[in-house]
Design a protein around this ligand. Structure first.
Ligand SMILES: [Ca+2]
Length: 331
């Protein structure tokens, strides 16, 4: 039989008729079209490692000490996990580390095809195949390629299941107004939303605008669709202080013998300012100025050489700001 050629537009695989795209490291050199995966009415499945890279190797070890790998070629339509871990205590068939192969990858696609068929019982086999392809997550070279086919099978997208995520920053500044948005697909509209900040109800809109407060918190979004399916997402948010600005260091000429370190406060309320001096290649915290302070006089006490300074805002119970670094002066 003449090998099929890409793109695989003629594929018509019936649901449940997905088979291996690989002869497991035996007989078929990489890139060789293998059958039945190469037939036009069969969906060819290649294998992926856990990091979604192509399974050119795998964690499993064959009796000859080689590692099983996935084949590739124009017969590949879609990709799926290559390494299956057993849920049987101690592992199945003494294979405690699981099994590797497209025998493990293919059932993921068979299952997704069955879900599509279940949701759309009147669909033709071509419609099922098209849905698998169109909802696969593209990997490798853009579009179809001979390693990943149309990409990683995505059963949730294939059946338009409810998905939800949060769009917005994971690191914010303290005591600021900040907005996060929900990103919701699939399921049955309309959706309802419930946001939580640090476990406390905080809003019921599709987006949340709130004050960031002063401490790290967990932002949680529960989305429920009209079929009472709920997705819950929790995103940790780190809260940082705004840094002081316009910091500088200058010599106060003798006989005073001081360095004056000055800065502009961030405007956040009740933040102290930690001042450090760099001298002899060492940073030393020399003072923490109370809220509202904007300068500090460092007593030289006869020291000479090069000095510079850095200042940052600090507040009990929250993360310090970035440093504002001054230039340097030589005494
Ligand atoms: Ca691709």
């Amino acid at each position: 039989m003449t090998p099929a050629s890409a793109p695989r537009s003629r594929k018509r695989g019936a649901a449940g008729n997905v088979v291996d795209g690989v002869v497991q490291g035996l007989n078929a050199p990489p890139g060789t079209v293998v059958y039945p995966a190469g037939y036009t009415n069969v969906i060819g499945v290649s294998g992926l490692q856990q990091d979604k890279s192509f399974a050119s190797t795998s964690p499993c070890v064959l009796p000859d000490q080689t590692h099983p790998s996935s084949n590739y070629g124009p017969h590949v339509d879609i990709a799926a996990p290559f390494w299956a871990l057993s849920t049987v205590p101690g592992g199945y068939d003494d294979e405690g580390g699981g099994w590797c192969g497209t025998s493990m990858a293919t059932p993921h696609v068979s299952g997704a095809a069955a879900l599509i068929r279940s949701k759309n019982p009147a669909w033709s086999n071509q419609q099922v195949v098209d849905k698998l392809r169109n909802t696969a997550v593209d990997l490798g070279a853009a579009g179809w390629d001979d390693h990943f086919g149309y990409g990683l099978v995505d059963a949730a997208r294939a059946v338009d299941a409810l998905t939800a995520s949060i769009s917005g920053p994971t690191v914010v500044y303290a005591d600021q107004s900040q907005t996060w948005n929900s990103v919701v697909t699939g399921g049955v509209t309309p959706y309802t939303y419930q946001w939580y900040v640090g476990g406390n109800p905080a809003g019921t809109g599709s987006s949340l605008t709130t004050n960031t407060g002063w401490t790290n918190f967990d932002l949680r979004l529960d989305v429920t669709d009209a079929a009472s399916i709920t997705r819950s997402i929790t995103q940790p948010v780190t809260v940082r202080l705004l840094a002081p600005t316009n910091c500088s260091i200058e010599k106060i000429p003798p006989p005073s013998g001081y360095l004056r370190v000055s800065w502009t406060n961030s405007g956040q309320s009740d933040v102290s300012t930690e001042v450090s001096i760099w001298h002899n290649s060492t940073w030393t915290v020399v003072s923490t100025q109370p809220p509202g302070g904007s300068q500090y006089f460092y007593i030289l006490g006869g020291q000479t050489g090069q000095f510079s300074a850095r200042v940052r805002h600090v507040k009990a119970g929250t993360t310090s700001s970035d440093y504002c670094n001054t230039g340097s002066v030589t005494v």
